[in-house]
Unconditional design. Sequence first.
Length: 453
Amino acid sequence: MIPTTTRIGYSIAETGINAVETLLRLYLLIFYTDAVGLAPGWAGLAVALGLCWDAVTDPLMGYLSDRWYSCLGGRRPFLLLGGLLLGISIYILFSPPSLETTATKFTYLLAGFLFLNTAMTILSVPHMAIAAEITVEPDERSTLFAIRFACGNIGAIFGAGLPGFFASGERLQPIEQRLAMNEMSIWLALVVWGTAGWAWAAIAKQPMHRAATHIELRQSLVQIWRNSAFRPLLLAYVVATFGVAINGALALYYYRYRLLLEEQAVQLILVVFMLILTLSLVGWVLLSRKLGKLRPLLLGVSLLGFFSCVTYPFFPPGNFWVPLLVGGVLLGSCVGSVVLLDSLLTDVIDYDQVRTGIQRSGVYFGVWRLGAKIARALAVAGAGLVLEVIGFTPNTVQSAEVSEALAWLFGPGVGVFLVLAALLLWQYRFDDAKQRQVRRILQRKEVLAAQAS
């Protein structure tokens, strides 16, 4: 049984990680289009290239951390190094100097985002992989992922709401947006440094369920692809992530330019959404203990996709309460089901260990994130391109046609991918009975290994 302080300490790193992730998803594209003055197509391309780099480095980092054994404690040193670099990079990215040309603005965004994604990889991939090693009990894993997800959503509240503390209720001018985000980035860097250090200290002496592996990366990737329980789960995850990434990239455009809400109202909707999401986690975990992980996951993703399609296009401009109650409360409660996806992945990793006798959690989580980053890259590049195609113009009232296009992109343009992900999960065959069987086999092997030693 993992001590509660260790669970919380390990999970707290997700606060800083997810604060940065949420800030990037919501604010990076619109900051560089509205405050820095980079065209949406170029901004989307720079962000997409940075995410592609991140996608490539994730499995490499997972492979490195799988093979990293030292007196400093396996994967643990990466938490300190990644946290330090991530705090520095977030400040650099949101503190651009005065840039005049499209080329210099594009280059600064691309270089800063490449640096940030490298730092994020160093921190987040080993941190995710540790979850599969800190405990081997399925119920404990679900609880651990729920705590980590809750900490991540506290971070998401920071990432979504922190800019509002440095902005007035009125629409900010570009220079004011830059100053507000610069000040915000300093505080966010402090959050990242504090949470990464706390996580490192909390697990410094915690025993890990891992064995040394010397399998080459190519062999590991081949074995991962041969895992029949992994491929369909990864596909559903990538499709859902693509939809969620479109949602994140267009959220502020939708609330500011379609619904015409002031900055403080937008911040409140986002914060309520994250709070409801966090509170819903307890219900989804309890439901998974009664029904298994797959059925609650299917229910949550299906409802999320359906309501995204039939609500967002019809919210009246200027109205605050309808998007708050429907988008913030109703849809926020559905998103909590996503916590079960990562928990399912750890069971798939156990299945691979039964098949091959080798634990590859680092490479699995690296490939998992690779798929997510490619989906996000395509989504952000597509969102930037579509903004230009529909005729979006920053810092001005949009035409009726552009406003309508934003509504349909943010609604069915997101929901259709979530519905498709749910349909893919309906076909998933690695059910709870098979997961329990895998767990029993691993437990017998652990008992035999203990008796032999």
